[in-house]
Design a protein around this ligand. Structure first.
Ligand code: F6P
Length: 323
C-alpha cells in the first residue's frame, strides 16, 4: 500500500482530531502518502480529497470537532453511492481508508469492505453505543461536559428548591445519562432502556424533598419514552408535583463541541495509530476499539449487528445510590 486516506463521519466527537493526526503520522512513519477526505462520505462520493502531511495535522490534537468536517450522507446508503466512492478512491490512487465514526459510519465502512475496498474503522461516538469497543471516542469529554452542567444546575436547584430535569444526548442509548447521572449524584435517571412512568417519577421527586434534600436532579436521556420537556409537560397537564417548581434544561450539542479531555486525546491517538498499522498489515474490514483495556479489532460484519447493553452493575447502583 502506498496511499492511505482518513475520513470522519456522522456526529463529530471530541478526540477525532487526535485520531486523524495519529493516522497521518503513523502512515507517514511507515512511508505512505496520506490523504484527508473532507465532509465524510459526501466528500468521498465527490472526490473531495487532499494530501495531508505531518505538518498539516499540527496543533489539532487539542481541538474539538473534526478538521476534516463531517456529514450524514443518505446517498452512501445506496449501492451506486458506494461504487462511485470506490471509483473516486481508485482514481486518486488511494488503496486504503480509515473511517472514524459511530454506527452509521461503520455501516458505510462495512459496505465499502463488502465491495472489496480495504477499510478499517475507529470507534468514535459520544453515545457509546457501538459494539466492538467498551468505550468510544468522545464519551469521556461529553460526560465531563454533562457533569459540569449537572454540578452547576445542582447549585441553582438547591438555592431555589427546584427540581431540574437535565436532558443529555445519546440517541437510543442511555449510557451518557446513566454515567452522568451516577457521577453527578442525580436523584433519578431516565433511560431509553427502561420506560419511565411519569406518575412514579413525580412521586420519587416528592419523596426526595420529604427526605430533606433541597433539590432534585433528574438526568433524562434524549431517547427515553419521555424527554425532559415532555416530562415537564406531562407533570403540568396532569397536575403532578403540585406545589413544587420544576424546569427542564437540554444540554444538546454543547456535549459534542468541547475540547477533548486527556483521555480522549490518548484514546484517539491510540486507536488512530493502530487503525493505520492494521490496514498496512492487511487486517482490513475491522473496527479498532478498546476491550477490557486492550486495543482489539472486531470484524465490521459483527459490529454492524452487535448490541452493547448497559452495564447491569451501574444500572442497579444508580437506583441504590440515589437515596
Ligand atoms: O450520535 C451522536 C449524536 O450527538 C446523538 O447523541 C444525537 O442524537 C445525534 O448525534 C444528533 O445528530 P445530528 O448531529 O444529526 O443532529
Amino acid at each position: 500500500m502506498k496511499n492511505l486516506a482518513v475520513l470522519t463521519s456522522g456526529g463529530d466527537a471530541p478526540g477525532m482530531n487526535a485520531a486523524i493526526r495519529a493516522v497521518v503520522r503513523t502512515g507517514q512513519a511507515r512511508g505512505l502518502q496520506t490523504w484527508g477526505v473532507y465532509e465524510g462520505y459526501s466528500g468521498l462520493i465527490e472526490g473531495n480529497f487532499k494530501r495531508l502531511g505531518p505538518r498539516d495535522v499540527g496543533s489539532i490534537i487539542q481541538r474539538g470537532g473534526t478538521v476534516l468536517g463531517s456529514a450524514r450522507c443518505p446517498q452512501f446508503h445506496t449501492e451506486e453511492g458506494v461504487e462511485l466512492a470506490i471509483r473516486r478512491l481508485h482514481g486518486a490512487g488511494i488503496e486504503g481508508l480509515v473511517v472514524i465514526g459511530g454506527n452509521g459510519s461503520q455501516t458505510g465502512a462495512h459496505a465499502l469492505h463488502k465491495m472489496g475496498f480495504p477499510v478499517v474503522g475507529v470507534a468514535s461516538t459520544i453515545d457509546n453505543d457501538l459494539y466492538g469497543s467498551d468505550v468510544t471516542l468522545g464519551v469521556d469529554t461529553a460526560l465531563n461536559v454533562a457533569l459540569n452542567a449537572i454540578d452547576n444546575l445542582k447549585v441553582t436547584a438547591s438555592s431555589h428548591r427546584r427540581a431540574l430535569l437535565v436532558e443529555v444526548m445519546g440517541r437510543k442509548c442511555g449510557y451518557l445519562a446513566l454515567m452522568a447521572g451516577i457521577a453527578g449524584g442525580a436523584e433519578a435517571i431516565v433511560l431509553p432502556e427502561i420506560d419511565v412512568v411519569p406518575e412514579q417519577l413525580a412521586e420519587r421527586i416528592q419523596d426526595v424533598y420529604q427526605r430533606g434534600k433541597p433539590h432534585a436532579i433528574v438526568v433524562v436521556a434524549e431517547g427515553a419514552n419521555y424527554n425532559a420537556e415532555g416530562l415537564c409537560q406531562y407533570f403540568r397537564e396532569h397536575e403532578l408535583l403540585r406545589g413544587y417548581e420544576f424546569r427542564s434544561t437540554v444540554l444538546g450539542y454543547v456535549q459534542r463541541g468541547a475540547p477533548p479531555t486527556c483521555a480522549d486525546r490518548l484514546l484517539g491517538t491510540r486507536l488512530g495509530s493502530e487503525a493505520a498499522e492494521q490496514i498496512i498489515a492487511g487486517n482490513q474490514g475491522v473496527l479498532v476499539g478498546i476491550i477490557t483495556g486492550q486495543v482489539t479489532t472486531t470484524p465490521l460484519e459483527e459490529v454492524v449487528v452487535g448490541k452493547k447493553p448497559l452495564d447491569p452493575w451501574f444500572l442497579k447502583a444508580a437506583d441504590m445510590l440515589a437515596r
